[in-house]
Ligand binder design. Structure first.
Ligand SMILES: Nc1ncnc2c1ncn2[C@@H]1O[C@H](COP(=O)(O)OP(=O)(O)O)[C@@H](O)[C@H]1O
Ligand SMILES: [Mg+2]
Length: 574
């Protein structure tokens, strides 16, 4: 109920449109008993008494009633659609901006297919509940009440039958409601599964092809697809069974009415006109009752979808309670006894990490994969927050800084290059860099040794990269990412295995670019090849989330510890 009230709130935001629409629905509904009522004089006067004098007037009235019905249902229909689409687009907007503000951990555990289907599918279900159910409730509700009233007015004896079937109808509707809610929720989940499997297949199509994953993917999809189909059919069977059962109850009343009207020696016989008007009421009643029985399914669908949407909307945003602003940092960085785990019951990924980097220095992290290097640098832009200890930037704890200001100090090239389906130019000048001039972009591209290949592309800077940069080679993508980081010209640069996917030749090209870039800024580099960090001001060797050695290249080599054995390993490999 609470969720439904909240859903309705979205429609109530369009109060004036809603009021007009509801008035129009009431008019539409009331034309039905009015139409039925006109049948009595028409039959009694024109046909039974053969007095045609009044017929043109009644014909005119019938035309008017039908005209009114048409006009009113046009306006109520279009107005409700307007409201419905406003609700959908508002919910989509709210969800999207919520996603934008969710913490990184949210995306680690969420299925992107489900996040997408929430925006595309669940929002429509909600709008359905928040608008169409109102239409059905008001229009068909008023119509049923109006028709029933008219029937009691026409002949209360024949109408009495309704008092008998009413409880049966209520029972059926209650049962159907419960079943609907359950099935709807399953359907929405399985829509998410369908999207999820499809999305994974699309992203992994190369692996699927080469590793012969056709059958596996097909099976995964079939499972989700079949489950979805089965649940939808269940829903329709329930709905399709409930409507005729309800209509059958009404039909029983009809039979009773006919038997009653045709029985002889009634104290007050039923006139032909009354009977025709009564029958008309009954016929008009059928579709409206059908409408009423469909309200619940829609509402249940909407509630099931709304539950999922509101769960996300009500979730906590990324924590951003820092109050200090920062123009441009000097780049003095201190980690103080930092500890971190991804979730409370996971193992500690970082343990008691302490180190200092002075402005302009380069610090390198080495260690086996899984030792916590990426996790460590991700704490700096607060993609995750440390469980213990502090990180200081220019002496200020980073959680006291406004998130936006903190992140403005940092340029980042990650392990996995992220490119958008846009031109090379817009990929380099992404986000807050969008105002950069062509000269600046070209300078950054040159510094990243990317200009050479960009120049040779058919459209130069305006060449499209394809989704995820698929139209470029791995090394080219990496160089674009580096150009983006250089264009940002931030005081802190994070390079997380930025050269990992490069061949030796382009690595050398990039090495010079990185050396240039790191000259005037604090640089945190996670090294893939140890040869690239020999000049670092400090090297931290990590193992199982701990710093096990620290020092300069020569010192570390001389001390014959883990670094020197790592070095020996790589050297012999090369
Ligand atoms: N998003 C995540 N959620 C849970 N555990 C993670 C996540 N990312 C990494 N880990 C775990 O944290 C540890 C350190 O990973 P990472 O920092 O990526 O190491 P490295 O960059 O040194 O290879 C690994 O054991 C890894 O399984
Ligand atoms: Mg890593």
């Amino acid at each position: 109920m609470q969720i439904y009230k909240r859903l309705l709130g979205y429609s109530l935001a369009h109060k004036s449109q809603l009021i007009v629409a509801i008035l129009m629905m009431i008019v539409t509904a009331l034309t039905q008993p009015a139409f039925a009522a006109l049948m009595r004089p028409l039959t009694d006067e024109a046909f039974v008494q053969s007095d045609m004098a009044g017929a043109p007037r009644i014909a005119g009235l019938i035309f008017l009633v039908l005209l009114l019905n048409g006009v009113a249902s046009f306006f109520s229909g279009t107005l409700m659609s307007r409201i419905g689409w406003s609700v959908i687009s508002r919910l989509r907007g709210e969800l999207f901006s919520k996603y934008l503000n969710m913490p990184t951990g949210f995306f680690d555990s969420a299925s992107s297919g489900k996040l997408i289907s929430s925006i595309t599918y669940n929002t429509e279900q909600v709008a359905e509940a928040a608008t169409n159910s109102i239409t059905l409730l008001i229009r068909d509700g008023v119509a049923v009440l109006g028709l029933l009233a008219m029937m009691f007015y026409l002949d209360y004896r024949m109408a009495m039958g309704f008092l008998i079937v009413a409880p049966v109808v209520t029972l059926i509707v209650t049962y159907v409601t419960r079943r609907f809610r359950k099935i709807s929720s399953r359907i929405q989940n399985s829509m998410g599964d369908v999207a999820h499997v499809t999305e994974e297949m699309v992203n992994a199509h190369r692996v699927v092809k080469i590793f012969g994953g056709h059958d596996y993917e097909e099976n995964q999809f079939k499972k989700a697809n079949n489950f979805n189909r089965a649940q939808n059919i269940k829903l329709i069977v329930t709905k399709s069974a409930s409507t005729p059962i309800v209509q059958l109850c009404v039909a029983l009343v009809l039979v009773g009415a006919i038997l009653f009207a045709s029985s002889k020696n009634l104290a007050e016989p039923v006139t032909a006109g009354t009977f025709v008007a009564f029958m008309t009421c009954m016929l008009l009643l059928m579709p409206s009752i059908k409408g009423l029985t469909e309200i619940n399914p829609r509402i249940q669908k909407g509630i099931a979808a709304g539950e999922k949407i509101f769960l996300v909307i009500d979730d906590d945003n990324e924590v951003d309670d820092g109050h200090l602003s920062m123009e441009r940092s000097d780049g003095n960085l201190v980690f103080e006894n930092v500890g971190f785990r991804y979730s409370p019951d996971d193992k500690e990924v970082l343990k008691d990490i302490s180190f200092e980097v002075n402005a302009g220095q380069t610090i390198a992290f080495v260690g086996f994969s899984g030792s916590g290097k990426s996790t460590l640098v991700n704490l700096l832009p607060r993609l995750y927050n440390p469980g213990s200890g502090r990180i200081l930037l220019d002496g200020i704890a980073i959680d006291e800084l406004k998130l936006k200001d903190l992140r403005a100090q940092i340029a980042y090239v990650g392990q996995e290059v992220t490119l958008f389906n846009d031109s090379i130019k817009n990929n380099i000048a992404y986000g807050e860099l969008a105002d950069a001039s062509d000269e600046e972009i070209i300078a950054a591209a040159k510094a990243a040794n990317a200009w050479e290949f960009i120049q040779e592309l058919p459209d130069g800077l305006l060449t499209m990269t394809g989704e995820k940069g698929m139209l470029l080679s791995g090394g080219q993508r990496q160089r674009l990412a580096i150009a983006r980081a250089l264009l940002k010209n931030a005081p802190i640069l994070i390079l997380d295995e930025a050269t990992a996917s490069l061949d030796t030749n382009s690595e050398r090209l990039i090495q010079t670019a990185i050396e240039n870039a790191s000259r005037d800024r604090t640089t945190l580099v996670i090294a893939h090849r140890l040869s690239t960090i020999e000049n670092a001001d400090m090297i931290l060797v990590m193992e199982d989330g701990e710093i096990v050695e620290r020092g300069k290249h020569a010192e570390l080599l001389a001390s014959n510890g883990r670094y020197s054995s790592l070095h020996a390993m790589q050297f012999s490999a090369e």
